[in-house]
Design a protein around this ligand. Structure first.
Ligand code: SAM
Length: 230
């Protein structure tokens, strides 16, 4: 269970109404039972139910059962598409171990704004589901052109381009990376020209077929993790 609270030996953890409903109403836990907790910073802790109520309750941390995991330093930059598909991309990016998820507005991106809080909540749910202790930050919508103009030093960019004959990531350097996947309409010619000329970018093909943007995000993360992840 994810809690937005510090974890440590003897630390009391108050529960929200939703958490109490889930633990005591759905999972039928009772006083004295153990629950595994994480907050994205302090690893995983076993906590005992101290107080179980319908609308609230509390736990007390006992022992740490896993240290804090930090995934390899890869960001996923993607252009938000339809709601359900955007949710899918965030969920899969968490499962695939992205360190940070950055929605970007490109020339052909349809949405002008995103519900960052909703997507962050999705990231928490995905981390809970896959048993991880790390929750990547879902950033607010960034404009791609501005992001590229202010690119963090030392970070490489894997530009996924279906029109490219280039291969994968063979021989690519280790270190911080970001993966860029475009929207359903792809990138404009101007964006493509700019991306191909960037000194920190490598143009990568994900195979001979045109993948949907959500499939491409998963394929790109898989390629990166198997080539450069640890
Ligand atoms: N522009 C294309 C069109 O309308 O025909 C389709 C874009 S595709 C649906 C969405 C994004 O997925 C692309 O911008 C690209 O980043 C990525 N993508 C899809 N297939 C790919 C492939 N075979 N290799 C590399 N990237 C791919």
């Amino acid at each position: 269970l994810y809690v937005d609270h510090p974890l440590g030996a003897g630390q009391p953890v108050p529960l929200t109404r939703e958490q109490a409903h889930y633990l005591f109403g759905v999972m039928r836990l009772a006083q004295g039972d153990l629950v595994a907790l994480f907050n994205g910073r302090d690893g995983e802790w076993q906590a005992q139910v101290a107080e179980a109520g319908k609308r609230g309750g509390s736990l007390v941390c006992e022992t740490q059962s896993a240290g804090q995991a930090v995934p390899p330093d890869v960001w996923l930059l993607f252009a938000p598409i339809k709601k359900a598909r955007t949710d899918f991309i965030v969920e899969k990016a968490v499962e695939m171990g992205a360190r940070r998820i950055v929605p970007v507005q490109t020339d052909f991106t349809n949405s002008e704004r995103i519900r960052q809080d909703r997507l962050q909540a999705h990231a928490v749910e995905a981390a809970e589901q896959c048993g991880g202790t790390f929750v990547p930050e879902v950033a607010d919508l960034h404009r791609l052109d501005r992001l590229l103009a202010d690119w963090p030093e030392g970070r490489q960019l894997m530009f996924c381009d279906e029109a490219s004959a280039a291969g994968g990531l063979d021989g690519a350097p280790q270190g911080p990376w970001a993966i860029l996947v475009g929207p359903e309409g792809g990138f404009s010619q101007a964006e493509r020209d700019r991306l191909r000329a960037l000194p920190f970018a490598r143009t990568v093909s994900l195979g001979p077929r045109i993948l949907r943007a959500d499939t491409a995000a998963v394929a790109a993360l898989t390629l990166w993790q198997t080539t450069l992840g640890d």
